[in-house]
Design a protein around this ligand. Structure first.
Ligand code: 0O2
Length: 268
């Protein structure tokens, strides 16, 4: 191989990252649309920088010409979850796509097998099929799945590792291991209040839904059915809304729904 034009070589990886991020964000959106808790809280993607790619190849004695074939995390996706319990659900979502677009070729469970540094995360390597410049390409991509707490720790530790060029002083290593333990405890504590949090999320979503419906019904009754006194309804709505009682909101919306039905503006 001659001189490698890295910027050009990395273009299909950029496309793969963009596509995978989009697809996983759509999965997240589907959960939201169904008004249920999404195991995916956040999705991020990046293509490894040329500097970090060359450094990794160099540290592993990988000839530069082979780097693109050997390194499996040039395309990298990170999925952040709220709870540890969400992680296997995300893994299953990806597994279910194995015959379609994300073929799993490797899994590494650094949550059960925590790294000596304290690092926790679930890694999946996939083969991703994409069309690039009218050709089918199959690229490897590393998906890291972790909780918000695991991500917080890994981000800080990664920056420090970079600062010390990989040679963290012994006392800092120990403090970071303690922080990893604290993050682990935080995840465990969050698990114990998961039920309450999920209930709170559900109430918020119901409230959002009802407010949208009420505003729509009031508008339709006023604009299309020309119902008088809609201002009184608006006032009543604000009072109920400020009260914060979801059941009362629901009753009020039922009343508006019945009116919308009568005036034939239910589906406007
Ligand atoms: P970057 O800059 O994040 O891309 P291996 O041969 O298995 O030891 P490999 O093949 O790189 O190494 O896989 P591994 O160990 O699963 O690590 C892949 C990525 O996981 C790393 O990529 C990091 O992103 C993350 N990771 C692994 N161990 C740690 C750790 O101790 N601390 C932090 N913060 N992240 C970790 P890169 O290329 O190292 O870095």
């Amino acid at each position: 191989m001659g001189i490698i034009n890295w910027n050009t070589e990395l273009l299909p990886y950029e496309q793969a990252v963009d596509e995978i991020v989009l697809k996983l964000r759509n999965v997240q959106r589907e959960f939201k649309r169904a008004q249920v808790h999404s195991p995916i809280e956040q999705v991020e993607g990046r293509v490894k920088s040329i500097a970090s790619l060359l450094a990794k190849a160099n540290s592993r004695n990988i000839p530069i010409d082979n780097a693109l074939d050997v390194l499996e995390d040039i395309a990298g996706i990170r999925i952040i979850c709220r709870f540890v319990e969400d992680i296997p659900k995300v893994v299953n979502i990806i597994r279910s796509r194995s015959d379609y677009d994300m073929k799993i070729i490797q899994e590494e469970d650094y949550i059960t097998n925590t790294k000596s540094s304290g690092y926790r995360s679930y890694h999946i390597t996939i083969e991703y099929k994409l069309m690039f410049e009218n050709e089918v390409r199959i690229l490897k991509c590393e998906i890291q799945i972790r909780t918000l707490a695991m991500n917080f720790w890994a981000t800080i530790e990664h920056s420090l590792r970079y600062k010390y060029d990989g040679n963290l002083p012994e006392d800092l290593k120990i403090r970071l291991q303690n922080c990893a333990e604290a993050a682990f405890q935080l995840d465990n504590e969050m698990t114990t209040i998961r039920g309450e949090l999920l209930q709170a999320q559900k109430t918020m979503r119901t409230q959002e839904f009802l407010v949208n419906e009420i505003v729509k019904n009031i508008h339709n009754l006023y604009a299309y059915a020309k119902v008088e006194h809609m201002n009184d309804f608006n006032k009543e709505f604000m009072e109920i809304y400020q009260d914060g009682n979801v059941e009362k909101l629901s009753e009020f919306n039922n009343k508006l729904e019945t009116m919308a039905e009568i005036y034939n503006v239910r589906y406007v």
